[in-house]
Design a protein around this ligand. Structure first.
Ligand code: DGL
Length: 265
């Protein structure tokens, strides 16, 4: 591969995936693109969103001449992976809720799925539950408020612990159920950014499972040879993102450039 790996998300959630990839391949060439003009994806209409994701990813792949695309967004992957693979000329690695490893981990056979409204309700997600966790009780919690919290946190606003605690009430209640919930799937890439706070708020110790490591391993399998140039770090956004410059820099990405999208007829 000669070009960078492009990490794509609606917002800053893909930074959790970039972190995982960098921990496996410290000097891998990476670029970042996010569709912050359409954030949050989790509350959007499916048809319009599917077309939008393909258009933005195509523009971002062209802008940075990427050799591989990581769709670091569960909400986008559970909707648009087929469309992306049909349209783009490069390999595409998706991010889907880590139901399988969570079912493997859970001792009580009660797991939680924390994701956006869209991901929680997608047939794709139910398919994962039916295939890999059919013997588990699954408590699904739509937690779009946590996307907003993670975005604000990266822009420098302290996390609001009360708001996060309240958004996760159904999860905390499930820890008191019989059988008690013992494992939680972080089915939105924004949520691993909040893991220290989630761990602090949880009323009982829980296993938190995300997809970052599995994605990094998959990238390693698919890319015959990754390009290594840790100084790349170009970053593209679809709306101005000055408040995020410092946050992106902490994750090794440069000042965001505006991504030019083709005019829609
Ligand atoms: N980070 C995205 C995900 O993994 C979703 C955030 C959003 O709702 O835009 O699903």
């Amino acid at each position: 591969m000669t070009g960078p790996v492009l990490i794509f998300d609606s917002g800053v959630g893909g930074l959790s995936v970039a972190n995982a990839l960098r921990s496996h391949y410290p000097k891998v060439s990476m670029c970042y693109a996010c569709d912050n003009a359409w954030l949050p994806y989790g509350l959007r209409d499916d048809d319009a969103l599917a077309a939008r994701i393909v258009a933005v990813c195509q523009a971002a792949v062209d802008a940075c001449q990427a050799s591989l695309l990581v769709v670091a967004c569960n909400t986008a992957s559970t909707l648009a992976l087929d469309g992306l693979r049909q349209t783009l000329m490069i390999p595409v690695v998706g991010t889907v809720p880590a139901i399988k490893p969570a079912a493997f981990t859970s001792k009580t056979r009660h797991i939680g799925l924390l994701a956006t409204t869209a991901t929680v309700n997608r047939p794709y997600t139910q398919g994962l539950i039916d295939s890999f966790a059919s013997d588990c009780l699954v408590t699904k919690v739509a937690a779009d408020a946590l996307v907003t919290e993670a975005e604000a946190w990266l822009a420098g606003t302290p996390l609001n612990a009360t708001r996060i605690y309240q958004a996760l009430q159904p999860l905390w209640q499930a820890t008191q159920a019989i059988p008690a919930l013992d494992t939680v799937v972080l089915g939105c890439t924004h949520f691993p950014l909040l893991k220290p706070m989630l761990t602090t708020l949880a009323p009982t110790p829980l296993a938190w499972v995300d997809s970052g490591d599995a994605i990094a391993r998959r990238v390693g399998q698919i890319a015959k040879q990754l390009a290594f140039d840790a100084s790349d770090g170009r970053c593209f956004t679809t709306a101005p993102a000055n408040a995020l410059i410092d946050g992106f820099a902490r994750y090794g990405f440069r000042k965001p450039q505006q991504l030019l999208l083709p005019a829609v007829s």
